[in-house]
Design a binder for this molecule. Sequence first.
Ligand code: UDP
Length: 409
Amino acid sequence: MKPLTVAMLSIHSSPIGVLGTRDTGGMSVYVCELACQMGRKGHRVDIFTHRRHEDDPEVDCLAPNVRLVSLDIAPGHPLTKVELHACADDTMAAIEAFRHRQACVYDLIHSQYWISGHVGRMARERWQRPHAITFHTLGAVKAATGIGGAEPDRRLTVERKLVLDCQGLLVPCEGEKANLMHYYGADATRIYMVPGGVDLDCFRPMDKARARRRLGIDPHAVLMLSIGRLTPQKGQKRIIDALPHIESDRRPHLMVVGGNGDGDPEQRRLQKLAESAGVQDWVTFCGSVAHRNLPAYYAAADMVVLASHYESFGLVGLEALACGRPVVSTPVGVLAELARMRRPGIITTEGSPAELAAGIAAARDRVPDWPAHTIRQSVQDFSWTQAAEAALVAYQAVIKTDAGGHGLH
Ligand code: UDP
């Protein structure tokens, strides 16, 4: 395959941002891992994001052939997603200025999320290169859950347009393909499957007792773990609501990883909820934890609970399984699909407190049937190398189709 040069747009969220905080999670991991894998194979990837801190360098080399380009869109002002959207013209101008200075010619634009997608459309018009997008989440699906604040109308309009006119829609699992077709009438022939992955070297089974010693966790506690950004869509509230439905002498301890720590309004809301349900002694909030330190948390846990209202994929579920820990999950993202394939280590349950409590009890009973190495087999085919290969196949197909259409190839 001829090496490609890719403009990867990740405007609102940096691939090297603090994972687990408000707008930085799976998308950042996905962008960073895909780009670095492609770079190792000799493809060149420039990832464009907006500069958050004055001391961020304009160009940061993340791996061979991979550059992170920080754009000065509104220097000194951290921008919200909607504000960033309003700055799309300035963003495009900053990308174009960089491209001129560096004399770059891109083969393809790969946008992440609707904010970048909007800029990616402009780049497509200007450069006449194919534009592929990974939405990560879809406004229409979020709105349908009825959880969290209303999605801006602008988002739905932009997503609808992108589905109609971009050259490739990259989705991480079948559920998201179905969502694109159902909510936006997407043309199935332009949808390509590019799953997420897990770093199978980093996320691997580890001795539970050793992990607990390292983290200072009671060796006898029954511990369940929730990892993710603290947002209503992630359903941490559902897990807390489920705790009173488990008899106190069988109730596991819940450790919540993610969020901005004690000052985080969502953490305070969840803490209050636990207090009013009388289960505050069973819940610990840890704030966000560096990705490289998470394997010890997974290893220390008896199970991981994912009670999201919506996941377009759900990297945390893969990481838990790669570490050999069972996952109790609402039927979302890749977890729902792996459960349908009867891969070991997954119990799906609806999100009501009683059903979630029953799922947690069932996982606890089944732990002895599921040795860590058996659970890990569930995700052996989800390495980032495979994900990057799928992305490259999709890129080639998108470029070829566009060349047969009106692209300048
Ligand atoms: N994550 C992390 N530290 C945290 C919380 C989350 O490293 O404190 C990582 C987690 O390991 C996973 C990603 O952030 O790789 C979250 O991805 P996921 O697909 O589960 O959720 P999203 O953020 O995309 O909704």
